[in-house]
Design a protein around this ligand. Structure first.
Ligand code: SAM
Length: 216
């Protein structure tokens, strides 16, 4: 796996054609919808996407939090973010903030209701450090979801491993990442695997205030 600088340079290079390349990586809208659904977002929420790239999840996130909510997208690649900014401009969203930063050193002065890592847990060299950086900002009861694709636990591993090696040149990542293990210290991890390739791992931050018995 290349270092951070090489990873960012490669995502800068592929940014203009990231959308066209997505089918090669078998990235489906279904997977994006499931990743966002795992966040349990409500209207008015503030959600952070770590490694937001060209903003392919923004339509789902903006839809989930509504006009009264806020979506923050952080990425280290200026060109990936430039593509996201074009989408924000085209759609006229005024509640999306794009921040260029290394997620492991992100200074965020906001309270968060949810945090999404979509296809980025396996790319960021130290994703646990990135999560630790914003964990204190997440409210009790708020969720972290990691949507990614990998070959660690699929019976198709022998077929997919050589393909993954080739695709890694285009979009570097760790197809053998194990976020379900990495996330265990943060809380109970629920993992949903689908299509033999995808997974969504979700953790709910402990300490949510008890609802009174009469409340819905
Ligand atoms: C495969 S792309 C995923 C983009 C988007 N989340 C999606 O679902 O299409 C991974 C992204 O992680 C970003 N990334 C890698 N290391 C990072 C870091 N340390 N901090 C912030 N973003 C990072 C890359 O620049 C790239 O845009």
């Amino acid at each position: 796996m290349p270092g951070q600088e090489a990873i960012t340079a490669q995502y800068d290079r592929v940014a203009p054609c990231y959308r066209v390349l997505s089918p090669l990586f078998l990235i489906t809208p279904l997977a994006r919808r499931r990743g966002v659904a795992a966040l349990g977002l409500r209207a008015g929420d503030t959600v952070l996407e770590v490694g937001a790239g060209t903003g392919r999840n923004l339509p789902y996130l903006v839809d989930a939090v509504g006009p009264g909510g806020v979506v923050i997208g952080v990425d280290l690649s200026a060109r990936m973010l430039a593509e996201a900014a074009k989408m924000v401009g085209r759609r006229g969203w005024s509640n999306v903030e794009l921040v260029r930063a290394d997620a492991t050193a992100l200074e965020l002065d906001r309270h968060l209701d949810a945090i999404l890592f979509s296809l980025s847990w396996s790319v960021i060299p130290n994703p646990v450090a990135a999560l630790r950086q914003v964990w204190e900002r997440l409210r009790p009861g708020g969720r972290v979801a990691v949507m990614d694709l990998g070959i660690t636990e699929t019976p198709l591993r022998p077929v997919l491993a050589p393909v993954a090696r080739q695709l890694n040149r285009l979009g570097p990542g760790r197809p053998d990442a194990r976020p379900w293990d990495d996330l265990a210290p943060f809380g109970e991890v629920a993992t949903d695997r689908f299509l033999h390739l995808y997974y969504v791992c979700a953790v709910t931050k402990a300490g949510a205030p008890q609802r009174s018995s009469g409340s819905p």
